[in-house]
Design a protein around this ligand. Sequence first.
Ligand code: NAI
Length: 362
Amino acid sequence: MSKHTVTLIPGDGIGVETSAAMQRVLEAAGADIEWEVAEAGTCTMEQYGTPLPEETVEAVKRNKVAIKGPITTPVGTGFRSVNVALRKTLDLFVCLRPVLSIPGAGGRYDDVDLVVVRENTEDLYAGIEFEEGSDAARELIAFCEEHGAGTIRPDSGISIKPISITGTENIVRYAFDYAVKQGRKKVTAVHKANIMKHSDGLFLKTARKVAEEYEGCIEFDDRIVDAFCMNAVVDPSQFDVIVFPNLYGDIASDLCAGLVGGLGIAPGANIGKEYAVFEAVHGSAPDIAGKNLANPTAEILSAAMMLDHLGEQECAERVRAAVRAVYAEGSCLTGDIRRTTGSDRPAATCTEFTEALVKALS
Ligand code: NAI
């Protein structure tokens, strides 16, 4: 395999543990990677006064490929999401999250195989917000009233939901091209166009237009987001590639992870035209951080996606085969999986599970 330089952002919380596990497993799989470590998150606040130092963004730009552990975002107050900032700065407009059953991982079904394609830069998730009581919020409330858009209570905070034709075309076209490349059959667009006619309605109208370009090659249908949630839980086999606006994609990713055994095994990638940042679906899991309890599978499978992206499919497949083998054997699995499977066997630590993977690779 050729040598690759990759930026590693361990993040915070369990990211420190899962990133170390991922590095150990890739080394055992024979991946020839030089890691350039860059910091982001709560750990850089003191030294740099920002959770996303310019050096870190530059390191991703230099190497074009990065893998990242989760980063804590304070709830309600404090700094804005580093993840959102990184996705916007690097124009990582695609969030790709394959959802695949792993035998032995305790999923609700044995044969889930679907792909979440989430728009990554727009929608309510873009973080365009006006604080309750601010001059800007007051002006916006007056503006909406003046233009007959409706009455907003004066003590409201406001988040804006922009959805553009450009952003939607980009993500829907990516979903269709991905379906073609991966030999998949159908793309489903998820929305709430019946209620939000100018944002989700535009998303659906644009998706339908893009779908016409693939007629006869890839099937297309759409679902209202609430119906999608119910249908995905009852019968996930009716879905293949599913394309979402940002916020629904964020929520549905966790729902879909739940179908196959939970956040501990759900990988992902943020992809743009120039850069790609691979990361698990899960967050920093403060409840188990620093206790050697985290399941590193999601970050390890994200690394396998990264190896695919780097053209190292053989090495990626070695990693995936080792994961499948350890889950199928079943004696060394972390606590999240033990709970999902309802097993009373003792839970492995993050380190023990990692060593089982290394052994499977030897
Ligand atoms: P979370 O994903 O961190 O945790 C949800 C639950 O799943 C917790 O009980 C946790 O222990 C468990 N869990 C998650 N990953 C696990 C793993 N690998 N192994 C075993 N158990 C695991 O979600 P939560 O609690 O909503 O968010 C915590 C923080 O993470 C927040 O600050 C949030 O903003 C941030 N976050 C960051 C993300 C990122 O950096 N990409 C993505 C999602 C959340």
